[in-house]
Design a protein around this ligand. Structure first.
Ligand SMILES: NC(=O)CC[C@H](N)C(=O)O
Length: 415
């Protein structure tokens, strides 16, 4: 259904779901009747803000959701959905709203205003309630099992919601799938990724399956990446120089970026020892072990693919942070180191000419890197960084109290 048709008849929908994300990247929703939508567009919808602060409920704040009518969409169901911005009662953008954080970054960076488009790959596992993968297939499997059939229907549902896909396939892990999202503006890409995760999860749920976007759900199997491709023009030498500086900016701020792109305890099980996921801030033309992969794409464009983010990351914050790092690379005229076409582990650190920076090995290290990267955090509102870091730290603290199965197997009877 086209966007304009939806906008013309929104009162015909029984319900409109107002969608937004919290700081931790989880999707939240409030439903309103279709005939209340006009008023919601005019006045906004008041909500209890304590749910929006991420994982910790600390303060009570009343907030206002303002639907962005350009995002209104619906598939065949009688429920439309629309993405919202979050304001305080005085009408100021709420500093902890990831969507407005991205909007402000787009407005303040030259990279975004000079025709930046971004595409993405989003991976997830389909598992049964006992956490066993739905199939035992691998990369590009042709099998027509429950997983592939569900992928086909999910892709159709996404197309119906105006999500333009360029592909969908079985990924390397058993029960692991991927969709490729077509290039669009930073905001449209982030909205799409957030919407896509919920649609994929809803469709799996309807079949009694779980679609998980956690970074590395299964022992000794690949993690799930959410790679962001910045699609940059490369028609002349100046463009190439710009691209090199952008990549250099991302590598330079690579360790701090992980706080946004790998935001859970589990994310570091993907980054270190996860197949085809980076552990060092390197770049390459073809190696999938690099943090950034630079390759030709449509026409004379170049894709700068950031492989550091996993599927649990908040897409608004990841894209905002990538824009910031790219902008710093341009402003500081950073120099690009030589590419590394193999994994650092594969060649051995001693063989690498200039030792690349290792990415954080834990969420706690990522928080330290973020808070120590003044140039990057200066691009964000202090209140967002403060609250975000506190939220991640609370996650680290919570994990300390938990004893894993691996530890019990290893130590229970060892001493
Ligand atoms: N084909 C691939 O590039 C796989 C990517 C990998 N699953 C990741 O975690 O990023």
């Amino acid at each position: 259904m086209s966007l304009s048709r939806v906008a013309g008849n929104v009162g015909d929908f029984a319900w409109v779901r107002l969608i937004f994300t919290d700081l931790a990247g989880a999707t939240r929703a409030v439903q309103i009747p279709g005939d209340a939508f006009e008023k919601a567009l005019r006045d906004g919808v008041r909500v209890d803000g304590s749910a929006l602060e991420g994982r910790n409920r600390l303060i009570e704040t009343d907030l206002v959701l303002r639907p962005d009518p350009t995002t209104l969409c619906a598939s065949s169901a009688r429920v439309a959905r629309v993405v919202c911005d979050i304001f305080d009662y005085e009408g100021n953008p709420w500093p902890l709203d990831p969507r407005q954080t991205l909007r402000q970054m787009v407005e303040s960076t030259s990279v975004a205003s000079s025709g930046w488009t971004g595409a993405a790959e989003l991976e997830w596992y389909l598992v049964r309630s006992d956490l066993m993968p739905v199939d035992s297939e691998g990369y590009f499997s042709y099998a027509r099992g429950q997983g592939e059939q569900l992928l086909e229907r999910t892709a159709a549902e996404l197309q119906g919601l105006n999500v333009s896909l360029t592909g969908a396939h079985h990924e390397a892990g058993p029960g692991q799938y991927e969709v490729n999202v077509a290039a669009s503006t930073p905001m449209a890409l982030a909205d799409t990724l957030m919407n896509a995760r919920t649609v994929i999860a809803d469709m799996a749920h309807a079949e009694g399956l779980i679609a998980t976007f956690m970074a590395r759900p299964l022992n000794d199997l690949p993690g799930s990446g959410m790679h962001i491709h910045q699609v940059l023009r490369n028609a002349n030498d100046d463009d190439m120089e710009r691209i090199e500086r952008i990549v250099a900016g991302i590598l330079h701020h690579g360790p701090a970026l992980c706080a946004f792109s790998a935001p859970t305890i589990n994310s570091y099980r993907r980054l270190h020892r996860g197949a085809e996921a980076p552990s060092y801030a390197t770049w390459a033309h073809s190696s999938r072990a690099a943090l950034v992969r630079v390759s030709p794409t449509d026409g004379d464009a170049i894709s700068v693919e950031y492989r550091g983010s996993d599927s649990s990351a908040n897409p608004y914050l990841v894209i905002a942070a990538l824009l910031a790092a790219a902008e710093i690379g341009l402003a500081d005229e950073l120099k690009l180191p030589a590419p590394l076409e193999e994994s650092v582990e594969g060649v051995g650190l001693a063989q690498v000419e200039t030792a690349p920076t290792q990415l954080p090995r834990s969420l706690e290290q990522a928080i330290t890197q973020l808070l120590g990267d003044e140039e990057l955090i200066d691009c964000f509102d202090d209140r967002l960084i403060g609250r975000y870091a506190e939220d991640l730290m609370a996650e680290v603290e919570a994990s300390q109290g938990y004893v894993s199965e691996w530890e019990r197997q290893r130590y229970l009877q060892n001493f």
